[in-house]
Design a protein around this ligand. Sequence first.
Ligand code: NAI
Length: 267
Amino acid sequence: MSLPEMNTPRPQRFVAKVALVTGAASGIGRATAQRLAEEGARVALADLNQPEVAGVAQAICAGGGQALALRLDVRSEADWQAAMGRILSDWGRLDICVNSAGITFAKPIMDLDFADWRRVMATNLDGVFLGTRQAMSAMKAGGGGCITNIASAAGIKPLSGNAAYGTSKAAIRFFTRVAALEGAPYRIRVNSISPGAVATPMWESTDLWPKQLAETGGRAAALKALVTDRGFAGPEEVAAAVLFLASDEARHVTGVDFPIDDAFSIG
Ligand code: NAI
C-alpha cells in the first residue's frame, strides 16, 4: 500500500451495497474488490481464473468482509446470466458493477491476425457490453446503481502497435457515454476510467516482457524499463477512483471518462 490514507481506518461508504467486480483475481479488479469490501460492500468477485479469484474472496472473508467468488468468462452471455442470477438470488440486488477484466495485445496492423483482433475485442469490448447490459437490467429493477468500465489512456492517445487494444478501449469510452444517457432515467450512472501505466501482472503478459526481464534482471526493473518517462500508478490508486465514482459523493457524475495517467494522454 503506497497511499498515506491506507494507514487510517476506512470510511464505510458501501454498507448494505452489493458490488460485482470482473477481473477480480488480479491487478485493478482485485484491488477494487478488496477496497469495496473494506468499506462494507458485499462483493461478488468474478474472473476466468477460478482458483485465484476464490483465494482473493477467501482472504476478504477471513478479514471479516463479505465476498463471493464466481467463475465468469466476460465473453460469454450464458456466464453473465448465471453470475447475475447467483448474485440476485444470494443478495437480492446489485448497486455497483466494475468491468475491469481485460487483456492487452500489441502488434502493428499489417502483422495483426484477424483472430487476435477479434480476441481483444471479445474480452475488452464484448465483455463490457455484456456486463453493462446485465448490470443495467438488475439496477433498473433495484432503483439505480453505478457502473464503472475500465478503459485506458491507450484508448485516448493513438500509439503504434495499439490498434486492437487502443480501439477496444476507445470504444469502451464511447459506449460508456451512450449507456450513461440510457441509464440516467433509471438513476443508473455509468462512467469509465482511463489509467495510464498501472503496476499489475498485465504487463507480464506482453510479448516484450521476457526480453525486458532477461535484460534487467528483475520485475521492478523490467517494469521501469517498459515505461521510462512516467512512473506506474498502483492498482489501489485506480481502485480509489472507482470507489469515489461509486460513492454518493459522485451521485451527479455520469457519462465521464476519468484519466489517471500523469497527463500521458494529453501530452
Ligand atoms: P491483470 O492482468 O492484472 O488482471 C486482469 C484480470 O482479468 C485477470 O485476473 C484475468 O484473469 C481477467 N480476465 C481476462 N480475461 C477474462 C475473461 N474473458 N473473463 C473474465 N476475466 C478475465 O490486468 P489489470 O492491469 O488489472 O487490468 C485491468 C483492466 O485495466 C483491464 O481492462 C486493462 O486493459 C485496464 N488497464 C490496465 C492498465 C495497466 O497498465 N495495467 C492500464 C490501462 C488500463
